[in-house]
Design a protein around this ligand. Structure first.
Ligand code: SF4
Length: 195
């Protein structure tokens, strides 16, 4: 784990560590005030239960609460964007796979803060292993969670399907902090969270 954290920092990402999701949730709520905030689709963010707490002092857009493309466009244009990651490689690369690409666009559009809230289970080995995790572990588990009609939701294995419900149409690998983000931060929680 020490290597991954060191490499994330070398790649320009800030890393903040917490032992438990409750402490991470408090940190996020305490450090975001008076902003427009977008939230990507994420079981991890759901587990932190911060949507209502952030709404008390920010304008928050999350398509999990208000479905639709308009909400996703607000997420993309928000000052702060919160999401998780499907995997983080040993080299400190952050990987996310998306069906529509809205989460990927929001991660790279101009932002004051992009924050990846990540459980320790998302830390992988070298890049090929991280890609394997994103494709063959996170993809099927998320398809099942979202009740998608895909073969992986049935047997837990990626079939590189062409289903209309396919959730894997775009991949973003962040090799480093992008210039349009004032900061990109990994909030690493030493618990297993999300898929
Ligand atoms: S490509 Fe299809 S089968 Fe593979 S993980 Fe994505 S949705 Fe599932």
């Amino acid at each position: 784990m020490a290597n991954v954290i060191e490499n994330l920092k070398k790649n320009g990402f800030t890393v903040t560590e917490f032992d438990a999701k409750e402490a991470a949730a408090d940190y996020l709520v305490d450090s975001i005030h008076g902003k427009t905030v977008g939230m990507g689709g994420s079981a991890t963010l759901g587990a932190l239960d911060i949507y209502d707490r952030l709404k008390a002092d920010n304008t928050v857009y999350w398509h999990a609460k208000e479905p639709g493309a308009d909400t996703c466009i607000h997420e993309i244009n928000a000052q702060v964007f919160l999401t998780s990651a499907n995997a983080i490689s040993e080299e400190g690369y952050i990987l996310n796979i998306d069906g529509q690409g809205n989460r990927l666009a929001a991660s790279t559009m101009k932002k004051e803060r992009v924050i990846f809230v990540v459980g320790q289970n998302k830390l992988s080995g070298p890049f090929p292993e991280a890609l394997e995790r994103a494709r063959n572990i996170a993809g099927p588990l998320n398809a099942k969670r979202l009740n998608k009609k895909t073969p992986c939701a049935v047997d837990g294995v990626c079939h590189d399907c062409h289903s209309p419900d396919r959730i894997c149409n775009a991949l973003l690998v962040l090799w480093g902090k992008t210039m349009w983000a004032d900061s990109m931060e990994v909030v690493l929680i030493h618990e297993d969270l999300g898929f």
